[in-house]
Design a binder for this molecule. Structure first.
Ligand code: ZN
Length: 243
């Protein structure tokens, strides 16, 4: 599943279609999308893992779920869920969820919760975290209402970076660790963005999918943890359990 930084990359790659008229619309989505023909794309936005295609009076929300993908100015060997053709170029989305939003995106999206957004507000994140002291840090990082855009890779890498065990409770974290959690959720996301653009993201993974802790040279533990039950890779030696 693409995490926030990958959606930012998509947003940058689709800039070429801003102010362009959709001359062709099709796809196997069940939504009635024919009315989008001849409309101009006003903007592309992202909120966490949501990719938003904004027209004047309606917004398309794309969520890539587990296996979604896209192609720009090319196709892949599958039927697109949504296809936009322009006078020059095309945009194709596959195996994703497509939703029509009729409200103004500004009225339904809290941009301050998006770790990649200029409006990101770490203080607000802290307030939300403090309201849930029993939550495990591995669940808190994946909570899209607090850290929109953070996915499993970012979660594992952030916890390794700040030396916190994924089953630590939010309310038991020392103040410095709570601050580090919030700060690194954003920092790591921008490192992710940079590395992903340079095609070197995996090379920089220190914990995610790894077998040996590079700090301690002992085996990582791999476990599905928390309410989110996602894969965690962590070191019992250098990542402290606050419980
Ligand atoms: Zn270690």
């Amino acid at each position: 599943m693409p995490e926030g930084p990958s959606i930012v990359i998509l947003k940058e790659a689709t800039k070429q279609f801003i102010n362009k008229k959709v001359v062709e619309v099709s796809g196997n989505t069940r939504l009635d999308i024919a009315f989008l023909k001849d409309k101009k794309i006003k903007d592309f936005k992202s909120w966490g893992k949501h990719f938003l295609i904004c027209f004047n009076d309606v917004t398309i929300r794309i969520h890539f779920l587990l296996f979604g993908s896209y192609r720009i100015n090319e196709t892949k060997n599958a039927s697109p869920r949504l296809h936009f053709g322009f006078t020059k170029g095309e945009l194709n989305f596959y195996a994703c969820s497509v939703l029509l939003i009729h409200e103004d995106p500004d009225s339904i999206y809290d941009w301050t919760a998006d770790v990649m957004n200029d409006s990101w507000d770490g203080k607000k994140a802290k307030t939300k975290l403090k309201a849930n002291p029993k939550t495990l840090v591995c669940d808190a990082l994946l909570d899209q209402n607090i850290f929109a855009g953070v996915g499993n890779i970012i979660k594992n890498e952030v916890l390794f970076r700040i030396k916190v065990h994924p089953e630590s409770k939010i309310g038991k974290l020392p103040a410095a660790k709570l601050n580090a959690l919030i700060k690194e959720a954003r920092n790591y996301s921008f490192d992710f963005l940079k590395w992903k653009k340079d095609y070197v993201l995996k090379k920089h993974w220190l914990a995610h999918t790894k077998k040996i802790c590079p700090r301690c040279n002992v085996h990582f533990i791999k476990k599905h943890l928390g309410k989110t039950n996602r894969r965690s890779f962590f070191c019992n030696n250098c990542q402290v359990l606050y419980k």
